[in-house]
Write a protein that binds this ligand. Structure first.
Ligand SMILES: CC1(C)O[C@@H]2[C@@H](CO[C@@]3(CNc4nc5cc6c(=O)[nH]c(N)nc6cc5[nH]4)OC(C)(C)O[C@@H]23)O1
Ligand SMILES: [Zn+2]
Length: 375
C-alpha cells in the first residue's frame, strides 16, 4: 500500500549536510526544512486560515489532548474532520497527547496500559492510552499523527529513561496495531532516550524496525541547554532513515531552527512565535523587539525594516505598542502575523542557503545580525 505521506529528497547542502526536501501529503506538499505554526485548539491563535496561506504555511499543528477535552473529537468527526471543522485544506499534524498530559496536568500516574491524570481545567479524572490516542487522531483526520509516547521529565536517571524508552517502544507497536486509516493518515514514531546516546540509538532502532513513514525526535526542548539538544541530534539523526521526514518537536527559536536544519531535521513546531507575540515581543532581523517598551512610543518605523510582511509595510511600532498596551486584540494579531511570517521567511532563506550549498555561511550572517553571537 502506498504510504499516505512520502518524503522526496531534493539535495544535501555540501557545506553543512542539511537537506532540502518535499513532503507529499493527502492535503498537499510542503518544502522542508519547514516551521509548522501551532494551532492547539483548532486555531493558530488570532489568525485566519487565509492569513496563514498568505505566508505560504503548508502545514499546521494541532493537539489530540486539547481537542479531545474541548470540543471533543466526536464533534469534530461529525463535522467531517479537523480540516473541514477549521476550514484548513492543507496539511495538519496532530501531537498525540502524551506530552501534553505531562506538561499540563497534575496527579499523573503512568502504567503499562496508559496514563491516568486529571483534566487540567475541570480536575475530572481521565485516562489516555495508545489506542485512545489513535482513535482520537483517526477521528480528527490529521494527515500526520504522532505515536503515544512518554516524554520523561528533564533530567531523568538512566534507569528511569531506559524503562521509559522500552515502554514507549511497546506503545508504538500498540499504536500501529490500533491505527485504523494508514492509507490516509501517516503515523510517525517518536524517538526518546533523553541525553543518553545508547538509549537514543535503542529507541531509534526499535522504531525503525517498525517501519514508520516518518520519525520525530521527542524529549527535547524541555529545559535542556542548547548544546545538549545539538549533541543529542548529532548522535540520533544518523540512526533515522534518510528517505523519511525527521521532525524535532517543540523547537522554534531562530538559532535552534538553523542548528536543527544543519543536523538533518526537516520539520519543526513551537508555540514560541505566537506565545511571545501575545505579550508584545517580536522576532526581527536585528533580534527580539519588545514593542511595549516606552522607547517605541514615538517610533514610527516598522517592527522590522527588513521584513516584507503586510504588518511591516503598513503599521508602525508606535501604533502596535499602543494596541498592545491597551490590550487590543488587533495588536496581538499584528505581532502574531509578523512573528510567524518571520519564521516562515527564515525557513525560506534556510532552504535557499541549502540550495546554494552555503547554510553555515548563512548561519554566521544571521547570528551576527540577530545578535546571537553576543548571547
Ligand atoms: C520552547 C517553548 C517556548 O515552547 C513551549 C515551552 C516549553 O516547551 C514546549 C515545547 N517543547 C516541546 N518538547 C516536546 C516534546 C514532545 C515529546 O517528547 N513527545 C510528544 N508527543 N510531544 C512533544 C512536544 C514537545 N514540545 O512544550 C510545551 C510545554 C508544550 O510548551 C512548549 O517553551
Ligand atoms: Zn513583518
Amino acid at each position: 500500500m502506498k504510504p499516505a505521506v512520502t518524503y522526496e529528497h531534493i539535495k544535501t547542502c555540501k557545506q553543512s549536510g542539511a537537506r532540502l526536501g518535499k513532503v507529499h501529503t493527502p492535503h498537499g506538499t510542503f518544502e522542508t526544512p519547514v516551521f509548522m505554526p501551532v494551532g492547539t485548539l483548532a486555531t493558530v491563535k488570532t489568525l485566519s486560515p487565509e492569513e496563514l496561506k498568505e505566508m505560504d504555511a503548508g502545514i499546521i499543528l494541532s493537539n489530540t489532548y486539547h481537542l479531545w477535552l474541548r470540543p471533543g473529537h466526536d464533534i469534530i468527526k461529525e463535522a467531517g474532520g479537523l480540516h473541514k471543522f477549521m476550514n484548513w485544506d492543507r496539511a495538519i499534524l496532530t501531537d498525540s497527547g502524551g506530552f501534553q498530559v505531562f506538561s499540563l496536568s497534575d496527579l499523573r500516574k503512568i502504567t503499562e496500559e496508559g496514563v491516568h491524570f486529571r483534566n487540567h481545567m475541570s480536575g475530572e479524572k481521565l485516562f489516555l492510552s495508545p489506542e485512545g490516542a489513535m482513535e482520537i487522531q483517526n477521528a480528527l483526520g490529521s494527515d500526520i499523527m504522532m505515536a503515544f509516547d512518554e516524554c520523561p521529565p528533564y533530567p531523568a536517571s538512566f534507569e528511569y529513561m531506559k524503562s521509559s524508552v522500552e515502554r514507549t517502544s511497546r506503545w508504538a507497536e500498540r499504536c500501529l496495531a490500533a491505527h485504523k486509516r494508514p492509507e490516509d493518515q501517516a503515523l510517525f514514531g517518536i524517538v526518546q532516550g533523553g541525553e543518553y546516546e545508547d538509549l537514543r540509538k535503542q529507541s531509534a532502532q526499535d522504531l525503525v524496525s517498525l517501519d514508520f513513514p516518518g520519525y520525530a525526535i521527542g524529549g527535547l526542548s524541555v529545559g535542556e541547554p542548547k548544546d545538549v539538544m545539538n549533541r543529542v541530534l548529532d548522535f540520533t539523526t544518523p540512526w533515522l532513515p534518510a528517505d523519511k521526514p525527521r521532525y524535532l518537536m517543540g523547537v522554534g527559536s531562530p538559532d535552534s531552527l538553523i542548528d536543527g536544519a544543519i543536523r538533518g531535521i526537516d520539520m519543526f513546531d513551537c508555540v514560541l512565535p505566537t506565545r511571545i507575540a501575545r505579550n508584545g515581543t517580536c522576532m526581527t532581523s536585528e533580534g527580539r523587539l519588545v514593542v511595549r517598551n516606552a522607547k517605541y512610543a514615538r517610533d514610527f518605523r516598522p517592527l522590522d525594516e527588513n521584513c516584507s510582511c503586510h504588518v511591516c509595510q503598513t503599521y508602525s511600532r508606535a501604533y502596535i505598542r499602543h494596541l498592545v498596551k491597551a490590550n487590543e486584540t488587533f495588536g496581538f494579531r499584528l505581532t502574531s502575523y509578523h512573528n510567524l511570517h518571520f519564521l516562515a521567511n527564515l525557513m525560506k532563506q534556510v532552504r535557499q542557503a541549502i540550495m546554494d550549498d552555503r547554510l553555515l555561511d548563512f548561519k554566521e550572517e544571521f547570528f551576527e545580525q540577530y545578535g546571537f553571537n553576543k548571547e
